[in-house]
Design a protein around this ligand. Structure first.
Ligand code: FNR
Length: 389
């Protein structure tokens, strides 16, 4: 049996339209944010949409995609195309992963479980955040035989850190993504204006609260003394940066591939390779950390040039459409992590919302690949793009 093309979702929508049905949510993912704004409560909406400071980095992320234009080629016979790729040795249907996003329970009661199910169904690797609303093991169960990676917010407590890593390994998370750019939370005016930080009421802390080593440092169970549990978590999560030398600890406690997330400078990418890492995610955390920073897409070519032959280079920050994924791949990324679009899908429709957003993205990507005259990702490269003047 041949697998249906990813673009099948558009045929499905049109066919259902003949029976009077309309798609459950909009299909233009670049407009999803404004659609969600009108339907979500302000606090979770702004937690997702908000960015650091003036929002300049977030805007730059989006604008950077617009500076590159795809140059379509004709009569290339792209009928039978294949958008598959391989990340860290695993073959996936398209160069797309779901980005680690914390505290998904504020978006929808099913939170990470919905994303785990939708990602598994579509064959997309999911990256589970440390600050999850559900325990590692429960998310793994929901993800079944899907591909899952664990994202580490590196705790300032080595025993707790080692415990997280061994739990993730035991629960079938095959790669570790260490996020480097968020050892302090950025200045986020929308969250500040709402005085909204969900973690302070214990939300998004299931990884910690279900951890035996974390629990051992508490007099009472978190449900019996939430304040004490949050106060134990806070200094463990934030306030102290690590150095390149400390990576040896992570290496010693994780025997699978390690990817460093938040890399923007080619020299940092070189250091990651020298430190024995397997990959980097070129990311500025969706503009949520440093205001006025370089657009992540503008950082990508330099990193690819520096380490593309030594490391798996992944990309995120600003991916909204299938064309965005194609542009990132053409500029040298192995695959793209998608964040905010499915977060809004989750908020509006749980599992169905996430599935819809991901199917839209995959279909758009497949059609974009075909109509630009490319049969596979290997056909993409700098020659596929033109810089807008
Ligand atoms: C994030 N991101 C993130 N990254 C991470 O490593 N761990 C986390 O827990 C979170 N949490 C989180 C929450 C929310 C609401 C957002 C929007 C983002 C960053 C995420 O992985 C990714 O880098 C960005 O989402 C990319 O930017 P865009 O494409 O979503 O704008």
């Amino acid at each position: 049996m041949t697998t249906p093309p990813l673009s099948m979702y558009s045929s499905e929508i049109y066919l259902r339209g003949m029976a009077g049905e309309r798609p459950p949510f909009p299909t233009d993912l670049s407009a999803f944010e404004s659609y969600a704004k009108e339907r979500m409560e302000p606090e979770p909406y702004w937690y997702a949409a908000g960015a650091a400071g003036s929002g300049a980095t977030n805007r730059a992320n989006l604008e950077a995609f617009d500076h590159w234009r795809i140059v379509p080629r004709m009569l290339t016979g792209a009928t039978a195309r294949n958008p598959q790729t391989t990340v860290l040795g695993t073959t996936i249907p398209a160069p797309v992963l779901t980005a680690p996003v914390g505290v998904q329970g504020i978006m929808h009661p099913d939170g990470e479980l919905a994303v785990a199910r939708a990602s598994a169904e579509l064959g997309i690797p999911m990256i589970l955040s440390t600050v999850s609303s559900y325990p590692i093991e429960q998310v793994a169960e929901a993800n079944g035989d899907g591909v899952r990676w664990f994202q580490l917010y590196w705790p300032n407590d080595e025993d707790v850190c080692a415990s997280f890593l061994s739990r993730a390994k035991a629960a079938g998370f095959s790669a570790l993504v260490v996020t480097l750019d968020t050892w302090l939370l950025g200045w986020r005016p929308h969250d500040l204006d709402h005085a909204y930080l969900p973690f302070l009421t214990g939300k998004g802390l299931a990884t910690y609260f279900t951890d035996p080593v974390f629990q051992a440092g508490l007099d009472k169970a978190p449900e019996d003394d939430m304040q004490a549990a949050v106060l134990r978590w806070l200094p463990m999560f934030t306030g102290a940066d690590h150095t390149w030398e400390n990576l040896a600890f992570i290496r010693d406690h994780w025997d699978g591939p390690i990817v460093l997330k938040g890399v923007q400078h080619p020299d940092d990418a070189r250091r990651a390779a020298d430190a024995g890492m397997q990959g980097v995610v070129v990311s500025n955390h969706g503009g949520r950390q440093v205001d006025g920073a370089i657009a992540s897409l503008d950082a990508l070519p330099g990193v690819v040039h520096a380490v593309g032959d030594r490391l798996e280079v992944l990309f995120d920050s600003g991916v909204r459409t299938g064309s965005d994924v194609l542009k990132a791949v053409a500029l040298g990324a192995k695959a793209a992590l998608v964040g905010r679009p499915w977060v809004y899908g989750l908020a509006l429709g749980g599992y169905d919302g996430v599935r819809h957003v991901l199917r839209c993205l995959l279909a758009d990507l497949d059609l974009g690949l075909a109509l630009s005259g490319n049969s596979s990702l290997a056909d993409l490269g700098a020659h596929t793009l033109q810089r807008r003047r």
